[in-house]
Design a binder for this molecule. Structure first.
Ligand code: ADP
Length: 248
C-alpha cells in the first residue's frame, strides 16, 4: 500500500506543564481527505493536541507539519489559521443578536470588509456560497432567525458553517455533540460525513454512538500518547484500551 504524502504530520510532540507530561512523544498522521476520530479518557491530552496543532500551545519537542513542509510549531495561531486549519471549539460562539444569514456573511466576508459587512449587500458569489452553507447545515428555514434563538444543535451547525465559510482545508472539531439530543447527534454525524467529501477532518469526541456513525479510523490517546489506532470495533476490543476505560 502506497501512502500519500500526509496532510498533517504530528511527530514526536511532547508538552510539559509544571513537570507533568500532557503529551508524550505523540505522533499522528492524517492523510489528505481523511476524517479521523480521536477518543481517550479525560486528561489523555486530546485538547492539548488540538492546541499544539493550532499554535495555541508550543511543544517542548517535536514537529507538526501541514501539507508537507510547514512546521506549524514555528507559527502563531493566526498564521496557522491562514494556512487552512479551522478549529471548532466545544462551545458554540455565534453572534446571537444577528441572523443566521448575517453570521454566515460575516464569516464569509469579514476578512475582506470587516467594518461594513453587516450593512453592505453581499456579492452574488457570497450569496451562492451562503445558500450552499445553509443547505449543508440544514439551516435554510432558519436563515432569518436570530442565532441566539436557535437550538443548541443548530448553533453548533451554524458555527461549523461559519468555519467552512473561511475555506479551511482541515477542520478540527472539539466534542461537537456534547449536550445534543440523539437526533441532533445523528444529524451532526451525517453533516461531518458530508463535509468530509470536500475537507479533511479531525474530530475529538466521547460519544461512541457518534463515533460509530462516522465510520472512520479512530485514534485512542492515553497519557499523552497513542494507545491504539484502527477501526472502532477493533480498538474497542483492544485489551489495553478496555483497561484504560474501565480502570484496573
Ligand atoms: P483531554 O482533552 O484529553 O481531557 P487535556 O489535553 O485537556 O486532556 O489535558 C491533558 C493533561 O494536561 C491533564 O492532566 C490536564 O490537567 C493537563 N493540562 C492541560 N492543560 C494544562 C495547563 N494549561 N496547565 C497545567 N496542566 C494542564
Amino acid at each position: 500500500e502506497i501512502s500519500p504524502k500526509p496532510l498533517l504530520y504530528v511527530d514526536g510532540v511532547t508538552v510539559t506543564f509544571d513537570g507533568f507530561r500532557a503529551l508524550n512523544q505523540l505522533s499522528l498522521v492524517i492523510a489528505p481527505g481523511e476524517m479521523r476520530a480521536i477518543i481517550g479518557p479525560n486528561g489523555a491530552g486530546k485538547t492539548t493536541m488540538m492546541d499544539v496543532i493550532t499554535g495555541k500551545t508550543r511543544p517542548d519537542t517535536g514537529t507538526v507539519s501541514f501539507n508537507g513542509d510547514v512546521d506549524l510549531t514555528k507559527l502563531d495561531e493566526a498564521a496557522i489559521a491562514q494556512l487552512g486549519i479551522g478549529r471548532k471549539f466545544q462551545k458554540p460562539t455565534v453572534f446571537e443578536s444577528h441572523t443566521v444569514r448575517d453570521n454566515l456573511l460575516l464569516s464569509l466576508a469579514g476578512l475582506r470588509r470587516p467594518h461594513k459587512v453587516l450593512f453592505a449587500r453581499e456579492t452574488v458569489a457570497e450569496r451562492t456560497r451562503i445558500d450552499e452553507l445553509l443547505g449543508l447545515t440544514k439551516l435554510g428555514d432558519a436563515k432569518d432567525r436570530l442565532a441566539g434563538d436557535l437550538s443548541h444543535g443548530q448553533k453548533q451547525w451554524l458555527e461549523i458553517g461559519m468555519l467552512l465559510a473561511q475555506e479551511p482545508e482541515l477542520l478540527l472539531v472539539d466534542e461537537p455533540v456534547a449536550g445534543m439530543t440523539d437526533a441532533e447527534t445523528e444529524e451532526t454525524a451525517a453533516l461531518l460525513v458530508e463535509i468530509n467529501k470536500s475537507h479533511s477532518v479531525v474530530v475529538v469526541e466521547h460519544d461512541m454512538s457518534f463515533v460509530k456513525a462516522l465510520g472512520v479510523k479512530v485514534t485512542v490517546l492515553h497519557e499523552g500518547s497513542v494507545l491504539a489506532e484502527g477501526p472502532l470495533d477493533q480498538v474497542q476490543a483492544n485489551e489495553r484500551v478496555i483497561e484504560v476505560y474501565l480502570g484496573r
